[in-house]
Design a protein around this ligand. Sequence first.
Ligand SMILES: Cc1cc2nc3c(=O)[nH]c(=O)nc-3n(C[C@H](O)[C@H](O)[C@H](O)COP(=O)(O)O)c2cc1C
Length: 213
Amino acid sequence: MASFCTQRSFSNSSLFSLVMALMLFTLSTGCASRSWADEASPAVKILVTYHSLAGNTERMAEAVVEGAKSVPNTVVVLKRVGLVTADDLFSSDAVIVGSPVYWSNMSGEVKTFFDNWQFKFGVFPEFKMKNKVGAAFATGGQVSSGKEVTMLTILAAMLGNQMIVVSGGGAFGASATTEGDSPGIDKKELADARALGQRVADVAKLISRAPSK
Ligand SMILES: Cc1cc2nc3c(=O)[nH]c(=O)nc-3n(C[C@H](O)[C@H](O)[C@H](O)COP(=O)(O)O)c2cc1C
């Protein structure tokens, strides 16, 4: 629409001014009604799921939910990985998975969750998660001790399922350092988690409205 608006050039006559005014009115009316139609389309559903023993990853999950909910027309479900059902998974347009770092990788509970996509929910060979949006977040005790690897292995499991993975908050997702010299999860880390939720909701909306779907 922008290039259509800018690619035309006219002489300075009042007739052309009138034509321009009419065109702008028509275009703006068209844009407004399309935007109205966008808002009326079905909501996108986002599943935010996590494992957390001491509550840090849960706190980040709640901030991810806040960010996703800030996008209009978005339904968000928050669940621990062990409670996710087949319907939660398959009815979602996007899945955001959070894990504490355990030995520089996702925790066993989160790995079991992914394994259950096949053992319990039978995602393969149909690739039932194909084209859903996926993203990751993590908390780790130390500054440089596996948060990015943890997020990347979550994203790798999603890629193996032919999902469309996105980042947000940080290069690979949102993360927080929770122990040692860190005073726990800080405002910036929570803002990153909200940014991740918002980005996933934005992208899920774009994809769910693509003409081929
Ligand atoms: C078994 C185990 C292994 C861990 N390994 C790491 C590690 O490799 N790197 C790290 O930064 N933190 C490690 N941690 C610390 C946790 O990742 C960190 O405390 C996290 O924030 C806990 O999340 P939660 O509060 O959601 O349970 C480990 C903790 C446990 C219990």
